[in-house]
Design a binder for this molecule. Structure first.
Ligand SMILES: *Cc1c(COP(=O)(O)O)cnc(C)c1O
Length: 419
């Protein structure tokens, strides 16, 4: 299906009728109204109730034996999602694990991959980094006895621009060269929705001898990723955004094969990182699992993992991130064109225009500066989206459960609100 036919933009109803993923909306429970905020909290997969119910029942009937009983044994439960997380991130076996939460994982991975020396001590992040990422980098620098005013490098958009120019990022990496220990950037920027060129950033970082890690909070389940082939050193993400694992859902982490069994890496240890076959002998010599699982500290949170399993199964049945992205590109195009036709001049979309540089999230700014009032009126009309200071309304049509009609309704409601 092409939407490029001159003057012939199909209607939302036509696009929904031709959408091979349309039925997947029925696999989710959505709040009343128009839910366009899956970039912040993904929708509830219906099957989560069953998956969580099974674990509650197993707990009730098996008690502690649930750790060791059957194919859902809790001691191995986290393995049930690794293959699907591998497919979503372009990872090889042994490179990916579901554990902890995002910021915790960033810290654990920085313990290993930020190894400052007097000569090479800088971390490069973006000036508009999500505050948690900024705090994590800053506190890691202090923790090693360095000073963020000297060791934290911020790349920023040029004056009057919103979007980071890829060339500026690469130039900053080259400029700090042999003082740069770590590059830590988002795969998709949370505010503007910009997709950063992860492969180019990784090679630029490696060129100067730095480690390169990505925060994939807004990337995983949204855009296609090839972490292994891009040679990324490490990555971390949360799963409650596009992976629909529910509030506080379990995070994920990636470490490239070439590092996973490197015993010289500094690491914080816990009993879930040691050889599973001897773990319960309670010996105190750490026998590192030769995969990313050696970064695990604690036994896995089963109930959040049960929700994640439910969601990953739906994503699989929809055809994985490739199928989702194909629909997303049609939705982006439809949304762009309906915004331009209906609200051109009244709404500015600060998301990069090129498809390769954006995921499903739109960052909209009300041209006359009336954004906060417009956002409140949207809330009043039961459009669920979000406001990010200083002046952006974020709206994300999620291909797994949002229809083209959701986009059409949003555009019409917005048209009625923005003067
Ligand atoms: C959502 C998000 C977070 C949230 O961190 P948690 O540890 O999951 O609370 C952090 N960083 C980025 C870039 C995010 O988008």
């Amino acid at each position: 299906m092409s939407t490029d036919l001159q003057g012939a933009l199909p209607t939302a109803a036509e696009l929904d009728a031709a959408d091979p993923l349309a039925e997947f909306r029925s696999h989710f429970e959505l709040p009343d109204g128009i839910y366009l905020v899956g970039n912040s909290l993904g929708a509830l997969p219906k099957a989560a109730r069953e998956h969580v119910g099974i674990e509650l029942d197993r707990w009730s009937t098996l008690g502690v034996e649930g750790h060791f009983t059957g194919h859902l044994a809790w001691k191995d439960y986290h393995h049930l999602v690794t293959e699907q997380l591998g497919a979503l991130t372009g990872s090889q076996p042994g490179e990916v694990v579901a554990m902890n939460a995002l910021t915790v994982n960033l810290h654990l991975l920085m313990v290993s991959f930020y190894r400052p020396s007097l000569q090479r001590h800088k971390i490069l992040i973006e000036s508009h980094a999500f505050p948690s990422d900024h705090f994590a980098a800053e506190s890691q620098i202090r923790q090693r006895g360095f000073d963020p005013s000297e060791s934290l490098v911020l790349v920023e958009p040029r004056d009057g621009e919103e979007i980071l120019r890829p060339d500026d990022i690469l130039a900053a990496i080259a400029e700090h060269g042999d003082e740069l220990a770590l590059v830590m950037l988002p795969g998709v920027q949370y505010y503007t929705g910009q997709v950063l060129p992860m492969a180019d950033i990784t090679s630029a970082g490696h060129e100067v001898g730095a480690m390169v890690g990505f925060d994939l909070a807004h990337a995983v389940g949204n855009v296609e990723l090839s972490l292994h082939d891009w040679d990324v050193d490490f990555a971390a993400w949360c799963s409650y955004k596009y992976l629909n694992s529910g509030p506080g859902g379990v995070g994920g982490a990636f470490v490239h094969t070439r590092h996973v069994s490197d015993q010289s890496l500094s690491k914080l240890l816990g009993w879930w990182g040691t050889n599973a076959s001897t773990r319960f002998e309670m010996a105190t010599d750490f026998d590192a699992i030769p995969t990313i699982e050696s970064w695990q500290l604690s036994n896995a949170p089963i109930l959040p993992l049960a929700v994640l399993r439910a969601s990953l199964d739906v994503i699989d049945r929809a055809g994985g991130v490739t199928a989702l992205r194909a629909k997303s590109e049609l939705q982006i195009d439809f949304f762009d064109r309906r915004l331009a036709e209906t609200l051109g001049g009244r709404i500015e979309n600060i998301t990069p225009p090129r498809l390769e540089e954006r995921g499903c999230q739109f960052a909209l700014r009300v041209t006359n500066g009336d954004g906060k009032r417009v956002f409140e009126a949207l809330e009043h009309a039961r459009v669920l989206c979000d406001w990010r200071e200083p002046d952006v309304i974020r709206v994300a049509p999620v291909p797994l459960y949002n229809s083209f009609d959701d986009i059409e309704q949003f555009v019409q409601i917005l048209d009625g609100i923005v003067t």
